[in-house]
Design a protein around this ligand. Sequence first.
Ligand SMILES: O=C(O)[C@H](CS(=O)(=O)O)OP(=O)(O)O
Length: 246
Amino acid sequence: MIDTLDVFSSAHSFQEEDLRDKTVVMIDVLRASSTMITALHHGAKGVIPVGDMGDAGKISHNLDSESFMLSGEKNGVKIDGYDLTNSPLEHTGENVVNKTVILNTTNGTKAIKRSGHANRIIIGAFLNLATIIDHLKEVDEEVVLVCAGWRGRLSFEDLLCAGNIIYELSSGKLSSSARDAVKVAFGLYEKFADDIEGSVKSSNYAERLKDVVSEEDISYCCQRSTLQVLPVLNEGIITDFNDKEK
Ligand SMILES: O=C(O)[C@H](CS(=O)(=O)O)OP(=O)(O)O
């Protein structure tokens, strides 16, 4: 599988055809993927990713007001009228258990919308790394790692996480026939593997949002394989596939 695996460095770096009939792993470490994984871990019924405020409004109007939480951010800050920001630490059991989370973010939820031509979309981050890797070992179609990035640009932490997935899938030995983007992500992971948290705390994201996103958020999102959640998108809602298998 590793020879056909591909990586895209941002949600604007692929064409529809690049994803058709493939399994996509959408990676937005800071913070949409980490927030979705955390919400499902804490018992949210599902997460509905939306592309903008208009869609969030339409979906929420058709739901019982007690049944959902409206979460999201603009430039890292809570949107007026929303219940929660895009912080995974706010998606506690108390806030989300048995609720549907409608999530509206700058990059992660838009990356999911742009990946609509994939056969399947699953959500990955450091938090559920081992679960993603175990699952990908069983997938028998081509896999594409889509890094959400930031406004069309590459984000260090997303490519680092993609590299970590590649490193584990290839048992640390990449063949020369691997795709160029796969080699780049692998190399980035090799360089920073010893200090994931420290290197992410030196990223552009950490600098850009230092006044609005807490260090606790970033530390939390850098934890590896702490949650056994396999978020899969089905008919517009992301649920924990592992939960269904229990
Ligand atoms: O809320 C976040 O962590 C980011 C904010 S920004 O777009 O990087 O300014 O959004 P996300 O969609 O989770 O990348």
